[in-house]
Design a protein around this ligand. Structure first.
Ligand code: NAP
Length: 427
């Protein structure tokens, strides 16, 4: 299994729990820690969602599952080496980059991706601790999806409410110093087209010290939608549109029918220009613009890839090479694209498992040498972090949490993580 995020772990669980064919699963991850987007995508204040890590940990603790973090496919290991070791190889490495807008000014300082912002506030060790200084007074977040809501909420929420979470110390300090007073959520289409889930949308309107401002005219032509989530979202928007500002210290402004046309500024973004359906434009003041217009999978050399969708093409989770079964499978965002919540993977995991089990006879005929892939990686100097290493990181984070009087504080840098894990070395 390549990828220790929810998609990969759910499939591993389905494989070791089924009883038709005995199965053992080795899970590799580029990071020294498991749980992928649950750890580095779910916002720190979504505590209930974060607690799903306990279920995933149970799978890692299963006798027939092993974890090898700090091992990167392409750097430490080749696809051929994996296929020479395992009967089946399952790719679950997610969507590691984000979509761009292709508008003038997009490369100006102050323009960034929500993905980068999320990685920063989640303490992803690949993101510099000082990546966001939050000196902007006004921030625009482009996109009407849950990632945009997460970014807006973290920016507008009273930082003291984040203190009891696993948010890294440097992020908490930056949020305490933050100059942000206004966050603009900007969508090119209407409220009835937003991809928000209602629970996440409601949270925005419940933030203490925040006024949500919305023009009631945006709701004029929404029609009579039949989809439940759309109807519920519209109820939330109607509530907001009827509110009057209370003079709260921070504001979230909803902008619909506002297609991003350009980012304005000389050396730094100063405003986002949006275009409305009638051709008129508005300049929204913003010293920081976060595009939140979807994640995208990254091509892995040697693996089929569809550039259009940013996914590894599959049929019933099977990766096809020249129309023949290759013992390779894909699941999660790298296979279906960046849609669906974490729980979506639990359902789809059953399908992936069934494809692997259905192929078991053919897979067992493949000539493999167990242990050879990890051996090759370690011969190249790779230092895998095993389950024990992850347990040591976990213990260190929990110990740091005691200082801030909360359950955990994340280690946010590679050196800290590796020094806590003390990874396995050759010999
Ligand atoms: P998303 O739900 O696909 O939303 C992307 C948004 O970007 C859409 O509003 C889309 O508008 C807009 N967009 C795309 N291209 C654009 C362009 N060129 N200009 C302007 N707007 C553009 O993606 P996401 O927010 O990144 O979320 C990814 C997945 O993770 C979703 O399934 C989401 O539910 C899930 N997630 C869940 C949670 C949670 O449960 N709490 C938290 C975070 C993420 P159009 O509709 O007009 O294309």
């Amino acid at each position: 299994m390549i990828g220790a995020g929810p998609a990969g772990i759910y499939v591993a669980d389905a494989l070791v729990e089924q009883t038709d064919v005995p199965a053992t699963v080795d899970i590799f991850d580029r990071l020294p820690t498991p749980f992928g987007l649950l750890r580095y995508g779910v916002a720190p204040d979504h505590l209930k969602m974060k607690s799903m890590s306990r279920t995933l940990q149970r799978t890692l603790d299963h006798d027939n599952v092993r974890f090898f973090g700090n091992i990167e496919l392409g750097r430490d290991l080749t696809i051929e080496e994996l296929l020479g070791d395992y009967h089946a190889v399952i790719y679950a490495f997610g969507a590691a980059t984000d979509r761009h807008l292709g508008i003038p000014g997009e490369d100006l300082p102050g323009s960034d991706s929500a993905r980068h912002f999320v990685s920063w506030y989640c303490g992803d060790p690949d993101t510099a601790p000082d990546a966001f200084e939050l000196t902007a007074k006004s921030v625009a977040v482009i996109g009407l999806g849950n990632v945009a809501l997460d970014a807006a909420r973290v920016l507008a929420r009273d930082p003291e409410e984040l203190a009891p979470t696993d948010v890294p110390d440097n992020v908490l300090d930056a949020l305490r110093r933050s100059a942000v007073t206004d966050v603009h959520i900007v969508g090119r289409r209407g409220p009835q087209h937003a991809k928000f889930t209602t629970k996440e949308l409601r949270e925005i309107g419940e933030l203490a010290g925040v006024d949500v401002l919305m023009d009631p005219a945006a709701l004029d032509d929404v029609g009579e939608p039949t989809e439940t989530v759309v109807r519920r979202n519209l109820e939330v928007f109607r509530d907001w549109a009827g509110r009057s500002p209370t003079g709260a210290p921070r504001r979230i402004h909803m902008h619909f029918f506002s297609r991003p046309a350009a980012m304005l500024g000389d050396d730094q973004v100063e405003a986002l220009r949006v275009e409305h359906p009638d051709g008129s434009t508005t300049d929204i003041e913003a010293q920081l613009v976060l595009r939140s217009v979807g994640y995208r999978g990254v091509r892995l050399d040697g693996l089929p890839f569809d550039e259009e969708s940013g996914t590894v093409p599959t049929a019933d989770s099977r990766v096809r090479r020249d129309g023949t079964a290759s013992g390779e499978y894909a699941c999660g965002w790298i296979s279906r694209g960046a849609t669906g919540v974490i729980g979506t993977n639990r359902h789809s995991a059953q399908g992936t498992m069934q494809s692997v089990i259905a192929d078991a006879d053919a897979l067992r005929r493949r000539d493999t040498k167990p242990g050879s892939a990890l051996e090759a990686a370690m011969a190249r100097g790779a230092r895998p972090v095993t389950l024990e290493g992850w347990a040591a990181i976990d213990a260190e984070e929990i110990a740091r949490g005691k200082v801030r009087n909360n359950p955990r504080v994340k280690l946010a840098q590679w050196e800290e993580l590796l020094s806590a894990a003390n990874p396995v070395t050759k010999g």
